[in-house]
Design a binder for this molecule. Structure first.
Ligand code: NAD
Ligand code: MG
Length: 389
């Protein structure tokens, strides 16, 4: 029996992970489940999967959680410290699927236990890549990528030497506005940005797909995880989202990972790694699909990609600034305070301000990441205020 913990169990990735585990209950024992405010979901899953411990991120939800689990014998806890503590419970495989920089501290604590961390939380690598990888190395822990593009690259590299890799191409659907005239983007509404052509995901990541900030995070994630030269990383717009990534080798071969857009593929690969096992995902009928198309991304349409390049060149804590400022820009856009196209300006402005204050090259520690995240959000708020007034 594999002992499994899921951080962010109530989210989209967490639920897909539980879907896979629920189909093979005899193979897995669930140790910890964590969630946020959705206590009905968290408690319902706890009663089904019988973990040792359930944690909500919010202390004010503790009473609800305790009441929902009354008489079940399942322990419960609440708050950020309890989340981090929960990562010390012995487990063979831990899913990191909390959204945002809040996923970093529990993920690091899990790595300190020498476990295998299935990493969906891309923000961890973007904000603190070197810290995460050093911690894993020091404690003999393994990180398995769960973002679909990174899982695809990882699969393309099985049995290969990194020295034979010339380029890594990650694909992007192009998001909701890929076919819009560029001049219309400034008037795009939140409702329009919140529908994804291919993937069914939460609202924030869907808007991040339309702006390509999701791809910007993924480009940085690629550089951090695979340790490759940023110049080797390319983004390719592929509207059908059937190829998730390609690895290009020094003999000219391109190995593509092709699959239905279903996150259970990447999650299942990490769950069964280093083996493969049957997964309940759609089998593609390529003859019926007929064709796949590709185009180059346009930096004018997607300034986020240019910002990702800037962050990879700068290194240090610039990823934490990009991520923090992007989160606030998204809040302001969703609240209707700024335009779709202002989001990139907020992020660019925050990077510039914090670079001028010489804060980007402090050591990459948990405290400094939190500090820069905070400063980036403040800078983004200020720029948003200036735009509005
Ligand atoms: P989600 O919003 O659906 O779920 C997030 C989970 O984190 C929930 O369980 C929520 O309760 C919990 N959470 C939220 N804020 C928290 C906080 N402050 N402290 C502790 N827990 C908190 O998100 P998701 O779509 O499942 O994405 C999870 C992660 O996986 C993200 O980093 C995302 O970028 C990444 N990812 C998601 C997809 C996808 O298809 N959804 C694909 C690739 C990568
Ligand atoms: Mg992805």
């Amino acid at each position: 029996m594999k002992r499994i913990s899921i951080f962010g169990a109530t989210g989209s990735i967490g639920q897909s992970t539980l879907d896979l585990i629920g189909r093979r209950m005899d193979d897995f024992q669930v140790v910890v489940l964590t969630g946020g405010a959705n206590i009905a979901q968290l408690a319902g899953d706890a009663l089904k999967f019988r973990p040792e411990l359930v944690v909500t991120a919010y202390p004010e939800k503790m009473d609800d959680l305790r009441a929902a689990l009354e008489g079940s014998g399942i322990e419960c806890a609440a708050g950020q410290d309890a989340l981090v503590e929960a990562a010390t419970r012995p487990a063979d495989w831990i899913m990191s699927a909390i959204v945002g920089v809040a996923g970093l501290a529990p993920g690091l604590k899990a790595l300190e236990q020498g476990t295998t961390l299935a990493l969906a939380n891309k923000e961890s690598l973007v904000t603190a890549g070197p810290l995460l990888l050093d911690t894993a190395r020091k404690h003999g822990a393994t990180i398995l990528p769960v973002d679909s593009e990174h899982s695809a690259i990882f699969q393309g590299l099985v049995g290969e030497e990194m020295s034979a890799v010339e380029r890594i191409i990650i694909t992007a659907s192009g998001g909701a506005f890929r076919d819009w005239p560029i001049e219309d983007l400034r008037n795009a509404t939140c409702a329009q940005a919140s529908t994804h052509p291919n993937w069914d995901m939460g609202q924030r990541i869907t808007i991040d797909s339309a702006s390509m900030f999701n791809k910007a995070l993924e480009v940085i994630e690629t550089k951090e995880f695979f340790g490759c030269d940023p110049k080797m990383i390319e983004v390719l717009v592929h509207p059908e989202s059937l190829i998730h990534a390609l690895v290009g080798f020094n003999d000219g071969a391109l190995m593509a990972h092709v699959g239905a857009p279903d996150m259970r593929h990447a999650i299942g690969y990490a769950l069964n790694w280093p083996d493969r096992a049957h997964l309940p995902v759609e089998r593609l009928d390529l003859a019926a699909i007929g064709r796949m198309t590709f185009r180059a991304p346009d930096d004018t349409r997607y300034p986020a990609l240019r910002l990702a390049r800037e962050v990879m060149e700068t290194g240090g804590l610039s990823g934490a600034v990009l991520n923090g400022a992007k989160e606030r820009a998204l809040d302001h856009f969703i609240a209707g305070r700024i335009r779709f196209t202002d989001m990139a300006d907020l992020v660019a402005g925050a990077l510039e301000q914090l670079s001028r204050r010489n804060t980007l090259h402090l050591p990459v520690t948990l405290d400094n990441v939190a500090q820069l995240d905070h400063l980036a959000r403040k800078a983004a708020d200020q720029i948003a205020m200036d735009l509005v007034t």
